[in-house]
Each structure stands twice: as C-alpha cells, then as structure tokens.
Design a protein around this ligand. Structure first.
Ligand code: PLP
Length: 400
C-alpha cells in the first residue's frame, strides 16, 4: 500500500449534482452525472439501435480481459449480481459435478447456499470471516477428494474487503486438472483479471460495481467451449446462460425485457472507464482513495481489520472503537449529516463498519470523509478510537 500517494486525479470525478450524499458502499455507488443522464430516454428492446448497444456492452467488457479474449464471450443477465452468480453456477456446473467452495465471508457463504438450493454437490473450505484461502490449501483439498470437479472463489470478498489470491488458487486448481469459476463482482474493472494470466472457465461481475454503472444487470464472461457445453445444465429457464448466449448470438437481443436504461448508462460508464485509463487507471484511483482514507482513519486511532497485505482498494473494514461513548448508529447518522453514507460491518468476530473506496469519489472526497469521522468522534465524546484488545489479537492470526 502506498501511504504517500498524493497525486491528483488525471480525470476529475463528477460530484453528485443534487446534494445527495456520497455512497461509500460497494454498489450501488455514486455514479457520474453523465451516466445518470443517459437514462433520460427510452429504447425499444428489439430495435437495431438497442441491439447495437448490447453488442457494444459485450465487446466493451471483453476488451478488458486480455489478449486471448477471442476464446471468451460476455453474456449479460438481467437482475442484481446474485442472479448472475446463480446463473453461472447453475449453467457451468453440470448435475454430476462436485464443487469446492472457498469461503471467507458472506459471499462465499452465499455461493454454498446457492449450490445447496439448486442441488449441486459441494464441499466448503470455510476460512471464517477474513482469512484468505491459499493455493496450498486448495491443492490439499483437491488431492484429498478426486471426485471434486470444480472450484469456486470470490475475488474480493466484499464483506471484509479482503483481496483473495486468485492467481495461486487458479494455479492449484488447474495443476490438479480441475476447473475454476470466479465471483469477481466487486473486483472486475479495477483489479486486473486477464484470462491469459489467470486461468478460469468463467467469472461474473455486475453493472454497479467497479465499472460504475447503475444496478440492473450482471454479466458472465465464459469460455466459448464452456458456453457450448452448458446446454441443458441450468436448473432455471431465466438464469440459463447458454440459452441467453444462443439467443443473443442469433438475434442480438436479450431473451426477456432488458434493462434498457441501465444498458445505456453502462455504455457511458464504460466510456468513462476507458477515459480514465481502463482497469489500471480505475484501480489506481481506488488505491489512492484507500490510502488517503486508511491513513487518515488510522491517524484518528481507528484500526483496520486486515493487515496492509490483504487490504483491497475496494472496501475497508474498521473495528468499532472500544470507547463506551462510541455507538455505530450515532456515528452513521453523523457521517450521513456530513454527506457520507457508510456501511455497517458483516463480521462475527468483532463489531465493525466498512467504508467503500469505489464510485465517483477521489482522494479529496476521502480527506473529507476522514475529517467528518473526526468531527463525529468529537461530537459523540469518543476520545480514543482504538478497538478492544480482543479484536487486535484476532487480527494477529492473519500474520500467522
Ligand atoms: C455485490 C456482490 C455480489 C452481488 O450482490 P447483489 O446484491 O446481488 O448485487 C456478489 N458477490 C460479491 C463479492 C459482491 O461484492
């Protein structure tokens, strides 16, 4: 983590025009005004203009995945991100498959819950709230159970903010001759995920995370041979990625009513993403957001759940201060009064809250966030933002 990043942003962010608060949450997030403005007109879903927009959406995403993108295709799916995850799992895991789910937070748990619901055999390596699943553990689990056919991992586990080591997990998976699927929902677009460097069969993300569109669809990026082979796998008609793909290839249309306004907004979001320098430029801004925010919050006495090595530039979890005067509900309201919506924590080990680094925000906004947190502490009468000792000893496990 670069604690000294003080560069200003190459592309200025576009502050909310209607006085609404900044969303420091990992989607929905604060979008550019130009993105919102694209939603002011209607599109016919079957019309050639909209079919061309769908084609641009698909090619725009494929342009971000590296030099072998011709082996892949992008299939947008209506709904929130979870719909796209369930579509990927249901479509690429045949009824005879057995999946190793790597879980270290709420989204890993949701993957296991989805597999249970749709009747796909699976085992879970549960690392708790925030410890990373390592390549060596994957290798061991695959060696111990030859009947496992697939591995599923969450790229950035948004519940803690940890950036899971997908490269070593991919290596271990393919060294053992198995297949990998990735939930890259909150990482894709800001953290490199190039298919010629990190092997997988498919991954998913959605419109309203690092590409900075508005919510309404997710997308599956998958190998064309996996898309072909997925015929008949899916438990669901509307979530069948193979069927959606075949229809889109044949007609250029979505099978059911597409979120037309969301697609229009997304194309503008993709344009801004390119203008900012693509994945690298976007990731650099988010990293600066994180660095300025974390440094400032630590200056106030707050402690991060994760050590620097595992801190993603997507979202950061802080322990609640031990000080009896600290109350999350009050803190939340005071932050909101200053124009910032923060996010409650999702840990079982310790009380915590989260601050997102993604969306149309830059380091100046982050400096204001820190100042607002300082004022809020003062107002509550919190003199010391340090967490309880028990939280810190929990964290020490990460170094072990
Ligand atoms: C946001 C997110 C999802 C999808 O959540 P929805 O609320 O359905 O959009 C899935 N996985 C991860 C890691 C996420 O961050």
């Amino acid at each position: 983590m670069d604690q000294n990043s003080t560069h200003s942003n190459p592309v200025p962010v576009d502050p909310p025009r209607h006085g609404e608060p900044y969303l420091l949450t990992p989607g929905p997030l604060t979008t550019a005004n130009g993105v919102k403005e694209q939603m002011l007109r209607d599109w016919g879903s079957w019309d050639a203009d909209f079919r061309e927009m769908t084609a641009r959406l698909r090619s725009g995403i494929l342009a971000l995945i590296g030099s072998n993108s011709g082996e892949f295709d992008c299939v947008p799916m209506q709904g929130s991100g979870t719909f796209a995850v369930e579509a990927m799992l249901g479509s690429f895991l045949p009824g005879t498959s057995k999946t190793l789910v790597l879980s270290n937070g709420a989204y890993g748990k949701r993957t296991a819950q989805t597999l249970a619901r749709i009747g796909r055999d699976h085992v879970v390596v549960d690392k708790g709230d925030y410890l990373p699943p390592r390549g060596s553990e994957v290798a061991d689990a695959l060696k111990a159970d030859p009947s496992i056919t697939h591995v599923v991992v969450v790229h950035c586990e948004t519940s803690s903010g940890i950036l899971n080591p997908v490269a070593e997990i991919s290596e271990a998976t393919y060294a053992a001759g198995r297949k990998l699927l990735i939930d890259s929902m909150s990482a894709f677009g800001a953290i490199p995920l190039e298919m010629d460097k990190i092997r997988c069969e498919a991954f998913v993300s959605s419109a309203n995370k690092c590409i900075e569109g508005v919510p309404g669809f997710g997308f599956v990026v998958a190998r064309k041979n996996e898309l072909e082979a997925a015929a008949g796998n899916c438990h669901s008609l509307s979530l069948d990625v193979h069927d959606q793909w075949v229809t889109m290839e044949k007609t250029g249309q979505w099978r059911f009513t597409p979120p037309t306004h969301v697609v229009a907004a997304f194309l503008e979001a993709l344009r801004l993403h390119r203008e900012e320098g693509g994945v690298d430029g976007r990731g650099a801004r988010y990293a600066r957001n994180r660095d300025v925010m974390v440094q400032g919050m630590r200056g106030l006495g707050f402690e991060t759940l994760l050590t620097d090595r595992w801190l993603s530039p997507i979202i950061v979890t802080f322990f609640n201060p031990a000080d009896k005067a600290f109350e999350f509900g009050k803190f939340y309201q005071l932050m909101k009064d200053s124009g910032f919506i923060i996010y409650p924590g999702k840990l079982t080990v310790a009380d915590s809250f989260r601050i997102g680094c993604i969306g149309q925000i830059d380091e100046r906004v982050m400096a204001d966030v820190v100042a607002a947190a300082g004022r809020a502490l003062k107002k509550m009468g919190v003199t010391d933002a340090r967490p309880p000792q028990s939280a810190l000893s929990e964290r020490a496990k990460l170094a072990a």
